[in-house]
Design a binder for this molecule. Structure first.
Ligand SMILES: [Mg+2]
Length: 345
């Protein structure tokens, strides 16, 4: 199997702000696995929160990766391919995506069929309103029209967080999910949980720092809203320690490392009767479509990273009436759109 790769810059429609950073663009790495005229595509969107960068990824890829078709089997993937990724989860997931895209195209099935997922059972997906200029929030509410759920980034300060929610509530009564991105302390979390519960908010994601499970458990005892783990829920090994602390987990491919690990997280969370959300970073349609193929297996989707960028080079999953609509083509079902980057395939 031949492996090629390229770096591509994707630009945000609006500056993307969360409690700890603001970005105007992100650099991602595409990997392409080719054999017998079939190209499998994968995407790595490295996050500095997890100490990953395109430079780390390129240095591993430049050293060379040995690939073969057997690695599509999860045990062989874990044994032979994973150790070559040097612990870089976004690279791992890109390679697992590309292998499965290739494999499912060769088999002549869409990826959701490989996961035994029913394409008619995709959840509603939310549209993210990030932290930033207040005037932009009004524009973002207008842009969220096809979506019935808003995910609002909070965690700045109690006063500003309340202003943001009040501004949005003034314009729309859509369901809101909030993400504090580790930005609150216990007292703020307690006050906010009651305040938000009166404003048609569905749940709170990651109220406190990931190191602070103690306060998270205390908040859960009193919060009228469910708590969902994100920064605390990296992979399946984290889940047992979250059972009495959070009500659910947010799975992101770029954190957990590969599509087999994401399936394991789904299995384990179900066993512990926890709610499951599939989330994303700012990513293009390659990675968002890969995650979308898993979405019929989960409760909530927050897969809008591709809709927050202005120059997505690919098309794949779409959103219809707020629900993810999976492509029926074989493999991932992604196609290259018109692009200036000649290295894209
Ligand atoms: Mg989050």
């Amino acid at each position: 199997m031949n492996l090629e790769y390229t770096v591509n810059r994707i630009h945000c429609i609006h500056p993307f702000g969360i409690s700890r950073s603001t970005h105007n663009y992100y650099d991602i790495v595409y990997v392409y696995i080719e054999r017998d005229g079939i190209i499998g595509r994968g995407e790595a969107a490295p996050s500095d929160r997890y100490n990953e960068s395109t430079d780390n990824i390129l240095s591993v890829l430049k050293n060379g990766i040995t690939l073969n078709e057997d690695m599509v089997k999860s045990n062989i993937f874990f044994e032979k391919l994973l150790p070559q990724c040097n612990g870089l989860k976004s690279l791992e997931v890109a390679l697992s995506m590309a292998l499965l895209d290739w494999h499912c195209q060769a088999l002549g099935i869409p990826l959701y069929q490989f996961f035994k997922a029913d394409p008619e059972m995709t959840p509603l997906t939310s549209y993210t309103i990030s932290i930033g200029n207040r005037d932009l929030i009004i524009d973002k509410i207008k842009e969220s029209n096809p979506f019935s759920i808003l995910k609002v980034k909070l965690g700045v300060s109690e006063e500003e967080d309340k202003e943001t929610i009040s501004l949005i509530r003034d314009k729309t009564d859509k369901t809101i999910r909030v993400d504090a991105n580790e930005g609150w302390d216990l007292e703020t979390g307690k006050r906010m949980s009651f305040w938000l519960a009166d404003r048609n908010v569905e749940f709170i994601e990651q109220p406190f720092q990931s190191t602070n499970l103690k306060d998270t458990a205390l908040l859960r005892n009193v919060s009228p809203l469910p708590l969902i783990a994100d920064e605390n829920s990296i992979n399946s090994r984290d889940i047992p320690s979250l059972v009495d602390v959070f009500d659910g987990i947010n799975i992101k491919l770029m954190k957990c490392g590969n599509l087999y690990e994401a399936l394991e997280m789904i299995k384990l969370a179900r066993k512990f009767k926890m709610k499951i959300m599939l989330g994303c970073m700012i990513e293009s349609s390659v990675a968002i479509t890969a995650a979308s193929h898993l979405s019929p297996l989960v409760d909530y989707a927050d897969l809008d990273g591709n809709l927050l960028i202005e120059d997505d080079p690919y098309q794949g999953v779409t959103v219809k009436n707020g629900r993810l609509k999976l492509p029926k083509e074989h493999g991932l079902g992604v196609k290259l759109k018109h692009t200036k980057n000649k290295d894209l395939q």
